[in-house]
Design a protein around this ligand. Sequence first.
Ligand code: MN
Length: 426
Amino acid sequence: MFPRIWALLCLVGAAAQAVDASRGIQPDEYRLRRGKVREILAKDKGILVLYGASEDERGDLRSRFFQEANFYYLTGWTEPGARLLLTATDEYLFLPPRNETKERYTGRKVAPSDANATSFTGFTDVLPNGRFEVTFFQKLETTEKLYALISVNRQSPLRRLVGQRPIENAAPLIFPLRQVKSPAELALIQRSIDVSIDAHRAAWNRATPGLFEYQVSATMTNVYFEAGCERSSYPPIVGSGPNSTILHYNRNDRRMDAGEVLLMDVAGECSMYAADITRTIPVNGKFSDREREIYNIVLGAQRAAIAAVKPGMRLAKEGENSLFQIAVEYMNQHGKSLKGEPIGKYFTHGLGHHVGLEVHDPGLPATPLVPGNVITIEPGLYIPEEGIGVRIEDMVLVTEDGSKVLTAALPADPEAIEQALHARKR
Ligand SMILES: [Mn+2]
């Protein structure tokens, strides 16, 4: 369940480790985050309600339970069926009653009646879900604004409770906080990155003509699952030859051959934090002239964009301070299609996005970057008529005066990649 290095710490705690201090985020930090939300609630005379994920809402037996990201961000709570109520002055965590039949399947859960419920949850007020409505309506009487997450469809029970009363979107209260990563979050993100880099190196060691894409995918996922990560940040994309030009290709069922590129957009989510890394390599260990030409254009565009990352710049495709424009202009100045057109037209997606608890963390491309943002810079060129797709994706921390590439330990330079492929152990 946890990465092995933290297992010792867990022995000190009891069986259930619900607010999981061993994962690196302390209860105080969750309290601090709630405090920032409560400051806004105080100004607005507002209250906020969030519903956590429930055990059976997805009805999909393929995946285990995962907490909703915003709920987790404000509570650190990883058990199903919880609710959060914040007011200017109070914080309530509501938990479902114990259910011994369910617990036979999913194990002992923390209940509000447990003597140590407060220390487990980090909340002074831990109440049973049965008390939610009474408490909520009591607080609502003196409230001007009711906030909930409109984008998360779990608010439908709230809609039933309040009828026609307006519900304000809580996203503007929570998302700006999530976009600025704390030192503890950065440490967790870095661990997800390091493990995902190991996965890419393992793939470089394995990929060879005749292998199937799913074999490379299996090699990669095994590395981060072996390291204790919970899941892939997104379905692994391992595309060879023509499949390298399909942006979200994830069937991964083709046999790769010499003379093709292999695009791997694969990363793990560890301790709830996602990584997102893409590299493109030559299957036989050496880029062809045209592959190298296209690769170097993408790399140059990526380096130009990364060099320009600093507070105030934006991921947006258009308008002032656009990092996207820097990348696409570099492409157009440095390459042409087979028909002689500027090659930038083959860059067919956005330049990047925020990463954190979700691989696509909240954050609009138009919003200027601020220190503490973690974003991807991932230009690509996808040329179906040539069967060549190249994407290079790194994760970048926005600092006070520039940026730091968090994924720098994995080379992107084509000569360094060829060297690594040449040196691989077979
Ligand atoms: Mn990405």
